[in-house]
Design a protein around this ligand. Structure first.
Ligand SMILES: Nc1ncnc2c1ncn2[C@@H]1O[C@H](COP(=O)(O)OP(=O)(O)OP(=O)(O)O)[C@@H](O)[C@H]1O
Ligand SMILES: [Mg+2]
Length: 285
């Protein structure tokens, strides 16, 4: 393990993330998913799924492989169109909106497979995450007008704050492609936070991380919820992590919702136990 892998104090949320007046946490609106159905040719990936992510909570979406978790995220972020049903952020209907409009309403996501530009350094990848917040026109930026320079400096300062919050400030000048996997996962999280979201959708943020990195991530996500006032919808296979961080859990199996409850309720729900047992039986067979 090199120094760059080692979690340092930088992982611990510092004062740097404390919301300033410009970044006051706003109460996240409720995210309500109702009767969501997605059909691909021959496959019903989601079948009448409904659940609610309450403001300022962490809601985990779990289930065996192919249960429909990523498809659900793809609908929430506008990448995939629902065949039926609705997704509302507060009173706003999100289904049918393109991804950039959904992002502009404050819904940010990370992908199951990393989606960073490997040649750009971390700072520039994070600046891309702030794109929707950029006011200066392209012409002013191109001409390097003072207003554009000031705005860029403000964004760069906020990028540094967020990088410190997520524990990647030491890597700001490193091209993403050169970073170890666990650090890149945190860069993805930081990029989503750079959008100043009200709702954060995280698809397997701890996948491929070691125990120490998972522990650090848990702390960061808790702090994000508390100090930034975010709601978080989290897809995660690590049930230990889900139990430590989630307020509520929704379980999908074969595209259907089979349970919603607290982590403790979910662990003893017979339908959930059967679904996961079914997986181990399928694997054993
Ligand atoms: N673009 C697509 N075209 C056709 N079928 C798809 C498409 N995307 C997903 N599916 C199918 O929909 C179902 C749900 O897939 P999805 O990726 O949402 O599952 P998941 O719960 O995220 O699984 P994993 O835990 O493996 O990531 C699967 O049967 C999958 O093969
Ligand atoms: Mg998936």
């Amino acid at each position: 393990m090199t120094d760059s892998h080692k979690p340092t104090d930088a992982h611990k949320p510092t004062d740097a993330h404390k919301p300033t007046d410009a970044h006051k946490p706003t109460e996240a609106p409720e995210l309500t998913i109702r009767d969501l159905t997605v059909r691909f040719a021959g496959v019903t990936a989601l079948d009448g799924v409904g659940f609610t992510v309450r403001p300022g909570t962490v809601h985990a979406l779990v289930g065996p492989n192919g249960a429909g978790k990523s498809t659900c995220f793809n609908v929430l972020s506008g990448v995939v169109r629902a065949s039926d049903g609705s997704v509302r952020l507060g009173r706003r209907e999100l289904t049918g909106l393109p991804p950039h409009r959904i992002a502009a309403l404050g819904v940010a996501r990370t992908f199951q497979n990393l989606a960073l530009s490997p040649r750009l350094d971390v700072a520039d990848n994070l600046m891309l995450g702030r794109h929707r917040l950029t006011r200066t026109g392209i012409a002013a930026a191109g001409l390097r007008l003072p207003s554009a320079r000031q705005e860029e400096a403000r964004h760069r300062a906020r990028v540094r704050e967020i990088a410190e919050f997520v524990g990647i400030a030491d890597h700001l000048a490193t091209p993403c492609g050169l970073l170890p996997y666990g650090v890149r996962k945190r860069v993805e999280l930081a990029r989503a936070l750079c959008l100043e979201p009200r709702v954060l959708l995280l698809d397997e943020p701890a996948a491929g991380m070691n125990g120490t990195e998972r522990h650090a991530l848990t702390g960061t996500l808790r702090a994000a919820r508390t100090s930034l006032g975010l709601s978080i919808l989290l897809v995660e296979h690590d049930m230990g992590l889900v139990g430590r961080i989630a307020d509520e859990v929704t379980v999908l199996d074969f595209g259907r919702r089979i349970a919603t409850g607290t982590p403790a309720q979910i662990r003893r729900d017979p339908a959930v136990v059967r679904a996961y047992l079914g997986v181990s039986e399928r694997r054993a067979g």
